[in-house]
Design a binder for this molecule. Structure first.
Ligand code: ARG
Ligand code: ZN
Ligand code: CA
Length: 425
């Protein structure tokens, strides 16, 4: 009997473990807390994190006087499939509502959203064009033509975090190959769930984002204060490896250099400076897409967030395969305002005076530099020879320890893609 009991406990655990192990794939919020409990997934996440950090660092290192190593500069096109899983007619949202969501994504991820004008001036220099375009797929997994919209009626009254919406057999709709498409599932979720995302590294079949039908797009069933399409902007940020701005802990770490530390999530639509974690002088970046502010109060991704997301598409990156997807037929007209520009390092520029310099050089910036941002000096071979923290927008940098020659100055964060040449006499 004792043996039988022990055996059944072991059996129960064996049956139960895979389910428990899959939990972190529901949403990035659960990622940290469950890292220890699932070694295999923890290792996968860590691999992706290491790759990301290496890429982000690499792209700011100057190579032979100007270029950036490993930097991916073109606009990235992502084929999208939207699965509308509806129980009643009102949940079967219109094509127009779906298109309104795609349009929001294409503004937010290319800094074309008009509400960047509402970013306070002291933070406007942080807003980046992430150079990502979302296109409803017009070729399906079998090479046939498609609208990129799949509609499926379900008996289920509502869905939850359990991922049932991602499986036809569970009353949802099977996802398409995540190496070729971004899967977006839209359905009726239990009270309070606006949306959730899988983090890079999760199981193939659960890869994508899920959004409530009242928080999707800007028309039809979209309901205030989540009727400006920002739930999808936010969830796709997670899908592209972004962590909440407060780092999912009190004054946590979001692994992004140019976002200030923040104590906790922001709700509603605040204004003015709100301080936490000693984040002087400008306070919380609550207008970032990765906070919890109402749709109307979210306006930007930063350069650091841009780099983190785009790193996934570099060679060897977790989402690199999407670049060779055939989900968008060649010649498909893409919304092109502005024309396919190169995503260059367009952070705040810095000026050096005098230059050439002897022992000290004055560093000043075209916009607000975040005090505490890291300034790095590289020599011609790309080796870092000096590191210091920026005390403010204008300051004297001691370069007396450097030998004569050509150097490159990079400020990580706000200006970290703009290497400025310094000649040391
Ligand atoms: N609570 C959700 C998450 O953590 C989404 C929040 C979206 N916020 C918004 N204003 N639409 O992923
Ligand atoms: Zn989130
Ligand atoms: Ca940060």
């Amino acid at each position: 009997m004792r043996h039988f009991l022990r055996l059944s406990v072991i059996l129960w655990l064996l049956l139960r473990l895979p389910a428990l192990a899959q939990e972190p794939c529901r949403s990035v919020e659960y990622k940290q807390a469950t890292l220890q409990s699932d070694p295999a997934l923890a290792i996968k996440f860590q691999e992706i994190e290491n790759f990301t950090q290496k890429q982000v660092k690499r792209s700011s290192v100057v190579v032979n006087g100007g270029g950036h190593a490993g930097q991916l500069t073109a606009t990235i096109n992502i084929p999208v499939v939207v699965h509308i899983v509806y129980n009643n007619a009102s949940q079967n949202i219109s094509d127009a509502q779906i298109q309104s969501q795609i349009a929001v994504l294409n503004r937010d991820y290319r800094k074309l959203n008009s509400d960047t004008s509402k970013i306070p001036s002291y933070y406007s220099g942080l807003a980046a064009n992430c150079g990502i375009r979302f296109v409803l797929a017009n070729v399906d997994t079998n090479g046939r033509s498609t609208t990129g919209i799949v509609r499926r009626q379900t008996n289920k009254q509502y869905f939850s975090y359990d991922d049932a919406i991602k499986f036809t057999a569970k009353g949802g709709d099977d996802g398409w190959d995540r190496d070729r498409y971004l899967n977006i599932w839209v359905g009726h979720f239990t009270e309070g769930v606006l949306g959730y995302a899988s983090a890079p590294g999760c199981e193939k079949q659960k890869d994508g984002v899920a959004i409530d039908f009242t928080a999707f797009g800007t028309v039809g069933t979209a309901a205030a204060p989540f009727n400006l399409g920002r739930t999808a902007t936010h969830e796709i940020g997670h899908w592209l490896n972004l962590i909440h701005i407060w780092g999912d802990a009190s004054c946590g770490n979001d692994q992004v250099d140019d976002t200030p530390q923040q104590g906790a999530a922001t709700r509603g639509n605040p204004s003015g400076m709100v301080f936490s974690c000693g984040n002087t002088p400008y306070g919380n970046l609550y207008m970032d897409f990765m906070d919890f502010t109402d749709d109307v109060g979210m306006h930007l991704f930063t350069f650091g967030q841009r780099d983190r997301m785009r790193s996934l598409f570099a060679e060897g990156g977790f989402r690199n395969a999407l670049l060779s997807s055939k989900g968008i037929a060649p010649g498909t007209p893409l919304d092109d305002a502005p024309a396919d520009e190169v995503v260059a390092g367009d952070g705040i520029k810095i000026q050096l005076y005098p230059n050439p310099a002897f022992n000290t050089v004055q560093v000043s910036s075209s916009g607000n530099l975040l005090p505490g941002a890291q300034l790095e000096v590289y020599n011609q071979t790309g080796a870092r020879v000096l590191t210091t923290r920026v005390p403010g927008s204008t300051f004297q940098l001691d370069v007396s320890s450097l030998s004569a020659g050509l150097y490159f100055i990079v400020i990580k964060g706000a200006a970290h893609k703009m290497p400025t040449k310094l000649i040391k006499m």
